[in-house]
Design a protein around this ligand. Sequence first.
Ligand SMILES: Cc1cc2nc3c(=O)[nH]c(=O)nc-3n(C[C@H](O)[C@H](O)[C@H](O)COP(=O)(O)O)c2cc1C
Length: 203
Amino acid sequence: MGDSDTKHTRELDFLLSRASTDHLIEPAPEKAQLAVILSAALRAPDHGKLRPWRYVVIKGKRRQEFAELVVAAMRRTTPDVPQKKIEKRFQRFSEMPMTIALGMHIQPDGKIPVAEQELAVGAAAMNVLNALHAEGFGAMWVTGEYSDDPQFLAALGFASPHRIAGFLFVGTPEKGPSQTHRPDVEDYMAIWKGEPVSFGADK
Ligand SMILES: Cc1cc2nc3c(=O)[nH]c(=O)nc-3n(C[C@H](O)[C@H](O)[C@H](O)COP(=O)(O)O)c2cc1C
């Protein structure tokens, strides 16, 4: 059953039309617009109301400085990282219209498991991706081994146990929305009939 076969609302159509892109040009959202977009994060489910999400916005002339931190962390994490990879990553971080680091303010010793706090940060990030899409912006969630580097995290303001869940690249899509192929949802759902289920996706 495809997305378009059944009658549904425009709002659902909007969700069904989101796709990631890192082909991004200016403009990125300005300050007031970004505040509204990030407010969507505060609508994410969040066990214990811990509000574990934190957003560090990197834009303008700070991008180059930040790209330097990224490549220094890459070198520390993977000393034999190829120079080509360094150059590519430097270029991406210094030229993206905006990068948002997805901070996770973790409470390790409380009642709420850390995994649930991480899930809340992920759910909030998804809301931000959809809010960006709603406002006509494009985005892509990326990460890498370097984003666990303690020195890098400290430079962003996250000392252990706080970490980041990667970055959102943000800007205006260079091209119109590309309709990427999506698998058939029937392969990922099952009605439970009192027996263990199996999924088409796993066959
Ligand atoms: C936590 C997380 C980290 C990701 N890291 C990367 C990454 O480093 N590089 C990459 O190409 N895609 C990464 N992705 C996948 C992209 O964000 C994106 O989902 C993928 O390109 C598919 O596009 P779609 O969102 O339109 O399905 C990551 C996704 C998640 C949820």
